[in-house]
Write a protein that binds this ligand. Structure first.
Ligand SMILES: [Zn+2]
Length: 250
């Protein structure tokens, strides 16, 4: 069986370095390819092990990547943990620990980039063809649907009169937590609004809007009354800012 992906590409995927289309293609492939799934699982396990070791010393992202890549024999060779590989890992670990011992301080790694996560969730919801698990324009239907599915109750606001009709909600998984995704529309554009308690992701950005864009999607992020909000859409930035402003007004 021939496989189009290399260990490097799987590593790049894990590092969030692939573009959206390539990521989605690889994810689709992972569903059907046991070798790549195993390679991903192994790289991820090592990634986590390095992360835990990072509590004691901080490997640079480049070193972390080298460690992961060193741990994987080429997919084509099909040798997963040959002795020379293990020696290479041991040598790299020694270098890492030695660097740490010398008091070298690497810059702290940033937390998981939620911007990428919410954009990926937004795109997946569109690709899946059903952005909502509960399809309703009535917030009195959407809000109770989350009861028992989450350990908090999302704030669901009706903005139909302001040009942003609610169309439903679904459960999603962001920042290692199940979260509420509320689906609105701005004309024909789908807007996803993710919301969860600030404590899930160690605080929000405060009441001000933080803006970003990825692959043509606009992302806004704010925090209000102990809840964190992220909204994503391919609607115009102006339109999305108006939407966020309505939710974030006193
Ligand atoms: Zn494969």
């Amino acid at each position: 069986m021939s496989c189009p992906y290399t260990e490097q590409e799987i590593g790049a995927y894990l590092d969030g370095e692939l573009d959206l289309t390539s990521s989605l293609q690889l994810e689709r492939h992972l569903g059907t390819c046991e070798a790549c799934s195993r390679a991903l699982a192994r790289q991820r396990a090592l990634h986590e092990a390095i992360g835990e070791a990072g509590l004691r010393f901080r490997p640079s992202p480049e070193l972390a990547r080298n460690l992961r890549r060193a741990s994987g024999a080429g997919l084509a060779a099909g040798r997963w943990a040959s002795w020379p590989r293990l020696q290479a890992i041991a040598a790299l670990l020694l270098v890492a620990v030695a660097s740490w011992s010398l008091g070298r301080v690497w810059p702290p790694r940033p937390g998981p980039d939620l911007t990428d996560e919410v954009v990926a969730s937004h795109v997946r919801s569109l690709l899946a063809g059903h952005p909502a698990d509960v399809a309703s324009t009535d917030r009195h239907t959407v809000k109770p649907w989350f009861t028992g599915k989450l350990d908090y109750s999302p704030v669901v606001v009706d903005l139909a009169g302001r040009g942003f009709p609610l169309t439903g909600g679904r459960l999603d998984y962001v920042g290692r937590h199940p979260v509420a995704a509320l689906v609105y529309r701005a004309d024909r554009h789908v807007i996803n609004l993710f919301t969860w308690p600030d404590a899930y992701t160690s605080g929000g950005s405060g009441p001000g809007l933080a803006a970003a864009s990825r692959q043509g999607f606009h992302v806004l992020h704010w925090s209000r009354a102990g809840m964190t909000y992220w909204t994503v859409s391919d609607a115009s930035e102006e339109s999305l800012r108006r939407f966020a402003g309505l939710l974030n007004s006193p």
